[in-house]
Design a protein around this ligand. Structure first.
Ligand SMILES: [Ca+2]
Length: 193
């Protein structure tokens, strides 16, 4: 085989590889990827924006866990306590069904046990105005090492709902510190509807 033939063959081979890679890369996204979360920046990429944080406990963005997450440090001198730490409001349509979930990790430096809740409150006006009704469904982390998946049962926007607030509370069981990380929070149309 002479050199020019080798070159031609190499070029053809490269072109075939390029075609193959291109077809793999440009493949349409899976159904899961098409179903987008209504929540903005649920993965806390680079910041907490546009989430609202509201607690007298330290609540802050951190990259301590590799990629961005929300770190909450619950503290108590004595009694068990719980506080709302994070929320985001989304406008939606009554009757829509959603999957709500996220991930949580408790920091092993915690000196006290604790927990939390991921839940949703429905409002009868857009922008989480008007009167609100807390859904009875919620997800709570267990006393487990490492990241754990939180998955609320499928929730349905009531007939009056025009918006909803997804919120996170964190709690501590007694005196000490309970440090937790929240990440990858989502509110997605259920079943890819
Ligand atoms: Ca993240």
């Amino acid at each position: 085989m002479n050199n020019s033939l080798k070159t031609v063959l190499a070029v053809v081979l490269l072109a075939l590889v390029a075609l193959l890679v291109n077809s793999l890369v440009s493949r349409p996204p899976t159904k899961t990827a098409l179903v987008e979360s209504l929540l903005v920046n649920g993965s806390f990429d680079g910041s907490v924006e546009p989430w609202r944080t509201h607690s007298s406990w330290p609540v802050a963005w951190t990259d301590a866990e590799g990629d961005g997450s929300l770190q909450v440090t619950a503290t108590s001198d004595r009694n068990a306590a719980g506080r709302g730490v994070l929320s985001q409001c989304v406008n939606l349509v009554a009757g829509q069904r959603f999957d709500l979930g996220g991930r949580f990790k408790q920091d092993e430096r915690s000196t006290q046990a604790g927990g939390g809740r991921l839940r949703i409150t429905w409002f009868d006006r857009q922008g989480c105005a008007g009167s609100g009704s807390i859904d009875t469904a919620f997800a709570s982390p267990g006393q487990l090492p490492g990241w754990q998946e939180l998955r609320v049962d499928t929730v349905t926007a009531p007939a009056f709902a025009k918006s909803a607030r997804v919120s996170v509370t964190q709690s501590i069981d007694g005196a000490g510190d309970y440090i937790g990380y929240w990440d990858d929070l989502y509110l997605r149309p259920a079943g890819g509807q």
